[in-house]
Design a protein around this ligand. Structure first.
Ligand SMILES: O=c1ccn([C@@H]2O[C@H](COP(=O)(O)O)[C@@H](O)[C@H]2O)c(=O)[nH]1
Length: 282
């Protein structure tokens, strides 16, 4: 039997994320080991530097963040040894009870999507995280293998709906009431039909202004988490989160990478910056 076919061994992702938020607060910290950050930390731009960086963030920030979100691209740029570091990080985080969201933005035709789903969500797979980000450009239903595997394994997915970058508008906002973003949000909500908090979340940037309301995204009916990147280095703070989400803010998990990471390598300073960011957004 392939590893991903084994029975779920953990509580559903929506419940685990809600529990982490209630004890550790509502901030997701991104782990984005950019070369400039490694240099500022006095580390080499190498797999060894990457490992030191990643494990320092886990130790410093893990206890005060709802989740950590490693940016997969920053590991891939180091090839197989970079991915080995990501494996180590994901395993250590799991051992420490810290939730991980692999920011991989995967999406492909269904047969290939099956392999992506197994890679990032499959039971016993070396890169399996608690959740993964998905790109629905090939159609929401193309993501079915990941949606089904997340439900079966107690893991989660975050589907891109309104991204934080200005270029996203040219695709996601088009069509007014019939926008791509709205159709993605509706399809995600349909996956979360059960009573508890669902495992299918959306990515909506903290920088999108009033786009979610203007395009008619019904976030309370999502019954799942909203991951909101764009806090800090991309300019968003508490005011922008309120403008973007209004009454739906309780469903939102703001996420910040570079602005928090710049406080390292000192673990106390790093933790203090994560706490300051988290508390400033609450
Ligand atoms: O819409 C999106 C989706 C993902 N991201 C990712 O989040 C972090 C943001 O890093 P900062 O340093 O806090 O700007 C990065 O990994 C992006 O790829 C996003 O920014 N917007």
């Amino acid at each position: 039997m392939p590893p991903e076919a084994t029975a779920a061994i953990r509580a559903p992702f929506g419940e685990r994320l809600a529990a982490a938020r209630s004890t550790r607060g509502s901030l997701c910290v991104g782990i984005d080991p950019h070369p400039g950050l490694l240099d500022a930390w006095g580390l080499e731009d190498s797999p060894a530097g990457l490992e030191r960086f990643s494990l320092t963030v886990l130790e410093a920030v893990g206890p005060v963040a709802a989740a950590l979100k490693p940016q997969v691209a920053l590991y891939e740029r180091h090839g197989a040894r970079g991915l080995a570091v990501l494996e180590t990080l994901l395993a250590r985080a799991a051992d420490a009870g810290v939730l991980t969201i692999a920011d991989a933005k995967r999406g492909d035709i269904g047969s290939t999507m099956q392999a992506y789903a197994e890679a990032w969500l499959g039971e016993g797979r070396p890169l399996a995280a608690d959740a993964v980000t998905l790109n629905p450009y090939l159609g929401f239903e193309s993501l079915r293998p990941a949606l089904d595997l997340a439900a079966a394994t107690g893991r989660g997915v975050f589907v891109l709906a309104l991204t934080s970058n200005p270029e996203g508008r040219s695709v996601q906002h088009v069509g007014g009431d019939a926008s791509v973003a709205r159709s993605i949000a509706r399809a995600a909500a349909a996956e979360n039909a059960g009573p508890g908090p669902g495992q299918v979340g959306l990515v909506i940037g903290a920088t999108v202004g009033d786009a979610a309301q203007r395009l008619g995204l019904d976030l309370p009916s999502l019954n799942g988490p909203v991951l909101a990147p764009g806090v800090g280095a991309q300019g968003a703070g508490r005011r922008e989160l309120e403008a973007a989400f209004g009454a739906a803010l309780p469903f939102v998990l703001p996420t910040s990478s570079r602005a928090v990471l710049a406080a390292g390598p000192d673990t106390a300073a790093l933790r203090a910056e994560a706490e300051r960011t988290r508390d400033g957004l609450a």
